[in-house]
Write a protein that binds this ligand. Sequence first.
Ligand code: ZN
Length: 171
Amino acid sequence: MRTILSTMLSLSLLLFMSCGQGQKEEKKDGFQYEQAPEKEAPASDKAEDGIVITGNDMMQYNTKEIRVKAGTTVTLTLKHIGKLDKQVMGHNWVLLKQGADLIGFASQASSAQESDYIPEGTEDVIAHTKMLGGGQTDTITFEAPAPGTYQFLCSFPGHFAQMQGTFIVEE
Ligand code: ZN
């Protein structure tokens, strides 16, 4: 009887010990899980991903609307994916200030061939790319203007009717 009793005692002692060990391990695991999220710090959302717009030989942009967040630096790339020369099918991307007259600006620009169809000394423009021919690309960087809706266009003569859209700055 004594032997059995002592065996049972040592068995329960073993069980108790292993239970204790199990708890220790759980605690350890818990500690590790708590640490994990700190390593995956969310990337800063201040940096705006680059915007890519294309223009083609059909006198079209691939988008009519662009959205950015206020307070960000905008990186915008215009790609002329056509084949025609800049003299025939030139494309640029011009962002106008709020309240600027798009048609008035476009007609002024159409006679500004020497300055790449951007009227010299204009106060209507926030940012613009170079005038491109087929296969060319230009990237510009500018600070997003105040929240609101703006207009963009291609200022090559006659293109604005088809090549224009809205640029929305969200708060
Ligand atoms: Zn154009």
